[in-house]
Design a protein around this ligand. Structure first.
Ligand SMILES: NC(=O)c1ccc[n+]([C@@H]2O[C@H](COP(=O)([O-])OP(=O)(O)OC[C@H]3O[C@@H](n4cnc5c(N)ncnc54)[C@H](O)[C@@H]3O)[C@@H](O)[C@H]2O)c1
Length: 335
């Protein structure tokens, strides 16, 4: 039996080209069979990069290729749900970049199709698989205590970026915030119970019509609280992300997935780890997805986690619009 995952890539843009394809090639556990993009030149460029057999501008060619076991969906956000449903119906395992869908109905359709087909499904919430987040979780597991968490995600996001378009990208809370809502859930390990968001358009409101920046606070069933600051009019010279966690008289600081400092755990002072480079968990995600297909292990970030953070993102948008906190009910993201 082929010990490589035979995969087709749909969406040959910057992220797949710079992150997923290099990681798949480096892993040695993927055979990239076909590449697909509405822009055929982009598909051909990735075909050359991945030494794939063919390039196409028609996703049906990938779905109908019986030699392909799995698909990587790295298109813009408006096509994630429909491509996932089609992939599931074609019996392909799915690694889909975030978000799962742009609304509850899309997420439900994906969950239903994946469940019926019995295929592996992973959503690209990689942050929980970052080595320093995993190390932080080992410290957090030492105490049964509620946590207070602050996370920052800031960057200069061009007004012309498609993420701000509600129809294509869903806006930044849905299109990117979901990453951090998932991270907070991973760190707390209790069900989220409510979300409250305030925010607005900090970029040019003549061009950007979605909420691009704000602060989103999640409360959890165990009393933990996590807040995310999302800034689109951010500073390129300042590190994009940081996480601070306070619990049981101890504190953790994770700086941009590269440096970890833990305070209050060892008598000598602080415990520190530095990585040579930023590691947000993308490589581990690729390995665990291959394991799920080749060894039958549970896929990372399956349907329930995918839907959980997506639902939080939809409720965050509603909260920012209405000014009211929204209840997060486990039944609403059950799959
Ligand atoms: N996990 C992460 O850390 C992370 C980071 C950046 C981007 N992403 C995600 O990766 C995905 C791609 O982002 P990007 O920055 O590469 O965008 P991009 O615009 O550079 O690339 C998207 C590509 O998809 C193609 N496309 C759009 N609709 C299609 C369809 N229906 N069929 C085939 N091709 C289609 C476009 O032509 C384009 O080439 C997004 O979901 C984004 O949120 C994830």
């Amino acid at each position: 039996m082929d010990q490589k995952v035979r995969i087709g890539i749909i969406g040959c843009g910057g992220f797949a080209r710079l992150v997923h394809v290099p990681n798949m090639l480096a892993s040695g556990r993927y055979h990239i069979v076909g590449t697909c993009d509405l822009d055929l030149d982009a598909a051909k460029e990735m075909q050359a990069q991945a030494e794939a057999q063919y390039a196409t501008d028609d996703p049906q060619k990938i779905f109908q290729d019986s030699s392909i076991q799995a698909v990587l969906i790295t298109t813009r956000h408006d096509s994630h749900a429909s491509l996932s449903v089609q992939a599931a119906k074609a019996g392909k395992h799915i690694l889909c970049e975030k978000p799962m869908g742009l609304n509850v109905a899309e997420c439900r359709a994906v969950a239903e199709a994946v469940r019926q087909a019995g295929v592996v499904y992973t959503i690209g919430y990689n942050r929980g698989m970052a080595p320093l987040v995993m190390e932080a979780k080992r410290f957090l597991a030492q105490d049964q205590a509620k946590k207070l968490i602050y996370h920052r995600i800031q960057a200069p996001f061009s007004v012309s970026h498609w993420i701000h378009d509600a129809r294509i990208g869903g806006g930044r809370f849905i299109g990117e915030g979901c990453h951090i809502f998932d991270l907070l859930c991973e760190l707390v390990e209790a069900p989220p119970s409510s979300v409250y968001a305030s925010g607005s358009t900090f970029l040019d409101p003549q061009i950007v019509k979605t909420t691009d920046s704000g602060i989103v606070t999640l409360t959890f069933a165990d009393g933990s609280v996590g807040t995310t600051l999302i800034a689109s009019d951010g500073c390129a010279d300042f590190p994009k992300e940081a996480t601070e966690i306070y619990w049981a008289g101890k504190a953790i600081l994770i700086e941009n997935y590269q440096r970890l400092s833990v305070y209050g755990v060892i008598p000598e002072g602080e415990y520190r780890v530095s990585l040579k480079e930023v590691d947000k968990g993308h490589r581990r995600e690729i390995e665990l997805f291959a394991d799920a297909i080749l060894k039958g292990t549970p896929p990372p970030n399956g349907l329930k986690n995918a839907f959980r953070a997506a639902l939080i993102s939809f409720l965050a948008v509603e909260s920012a619009t209405t000014g009211k906190p929204m209840e997060v009910r486990e039944d609403d993201y059950a799959v």
